[in-house]
Design a binder for this molecule. Structure first.
Ligand SMILES: Nc1nc2c(c(=O)[nH]1)N(C=O)[C@@H](CNc1ccc(C(=O)N[C@@H](CCC(=O)O)C(=O)O)cc1)CN2
Ligand SMILES: Nc1ncnc2c1ncn2[C@@H]1O[C@H](COP(=O)(O)OP(=O)(O)OP(=O)(O)O)[C@@H](O)[C@H]1O
Length: 198
C-alpha cells in the first residue's frame, strides 16, 4: 500500500469507529467542558469552527455559550462564531459569520454552510480531526483544505484541533505539507502541547 492508500484506509477505520462509539454523548459532554475551560484563558472575539459531519464532535453548543458569556461580561466587542466555506477557485476555506437559525445552504460535500453572511477573520480556529498525533499533526478527510488555508492565512490564526481520545495516532508520520496545529483538545483535556508540569 502506498502512503495515500494507507491514509485512506486509516481515515475510513477511524470514521467508522467514531460513528459506532457507544459513549459518544458522555465524551462529547466532557469535550464541551474542556473547550469552555480552555476558552477562559483566551481573548478572541471571532472563532472559526465547523458544522459536524461523520460523527465529528459538535463544537457549536460550547461556542454558543462562549458567545453568550461575552454578552454577560458586557465586552465592548461582540463575540462571533464563523463556519468554513470552500473557495472553489483556490481550494481554501473562508470563514462566514454564523448564528443559530442563520440561513444555510449545502456545499459541494453536502455540508451546511452560512448563506450570504459576512466574511470574518477568526483569530482562533477549531479544527476537526479524524486523527491526530504528537507535534500537533492532524489527519483530515484528505481534501487538504486546512493545510492550504493555513499555509496562506496572514496573520495566521491560533489553531486548536478537536477530536476524541480514540483518534490519537501514536505512529502517525506527517508529510511535508502538513501544517501542525498549535493545540489539540480531546475529552480528557489538552493533549497538545504536552505539559511536563512545573
Ligand atoms: N465538519 C467539517 N466541515 C468541513 C471540513 C471538515 O473536515 N469537517 N473540511 C475540512 O477540510 C472542509 C470540507 N472538507 C471535506 C473534504 C473531503 C470530504 C469527503 O467526504 N471526502 C470523501 C473522500 C475521503 C477519502 O479520500 O478517504 C469521503 O469521505 O467520502 C468531506 C469534507 C470544510 N468543511
Ligand atoms: N499547502 C498546500 N498547497 C497545495 N496542496 C496542498 C497543500 N497542503 C496539502 N495539499 C494537498 O492536499 C492533499 C490532501 O492533503 P492531506 O492528506 O494532508 O489532507 P487532510 O489534512 O487529511 O485533509 P483536510 O484538511 O481537507 O481535512 C494532498 O494531496 C496535498 O498534495
Amino acid at each position: 500500500m502506498d502512503r495515500s492508500e494507507e491514509k485512506r484506509a486509516l481515515r475510513q477505520r477511524l470514521v467508522e469507529q467514531r460513528l459506532k462509539m457507544p459513549d459518544r454523548l458522555r465524551r462529547a459532554d466532557l469535550l464541551q467542558q474542556v473547550m469552555r475551560i480552555w476558552l477562559v484563558g483566551r481573548s478572541d472575539t471571532v472563532i472559526g469552527a465547523y458544522w459536524p459531519i461523520k460523527g465529528e464532535f459538535d463544537p457549536l453548543p460550547a461556542l454558543h455559550r462562549w458567545k453568550e458569556d461575552g454578552e454577560l461580561l458586557d465586552e465592548p466587542q461582540l463575540r462571533r462564531i464563523a463556519l468554513p466555506v470552500i473557495d472553489k477557485v483556490h481550494q481554501t476555506l473562508k470563514f462566514h459569520a454564523w448564528f443559530p437559525g442563520c440561513p444555510m445552504e449545502e456545499d459541494a460535500f453536502g455540508i451546511p454552510k452560512p448563506k450570504d453572511t459576512e466574511i470574518v477573520v477568526p483569530t482562533l480556529l477549531f479544527v476537526p480531526c479524524v486523527g491526530y498525533a504528537v507535534g500537533g499533526y492532524r489527519l483530515g478527510y484528505g481534501g487538504g483544505f486546512y493545510d492550504r488555508t493555513l499555509a496562506q492565512l496572514q496573520p495566521r490564526p491560533f489553531t486548536a484541533g478537536l477530536g476524541f481520545a480514540a483518534g490519537f495516532l501514536p505512529e502517525f508520520e506527517p508529510e511535508a505539507h502538513d501544517v501542525p496545529l498549535d493545540a489539540i483538545l480531546n475529552e480528557l483535556g489538552v493533549v497538545w502541547p504536552i505539559s511536563l508540569g512545573d
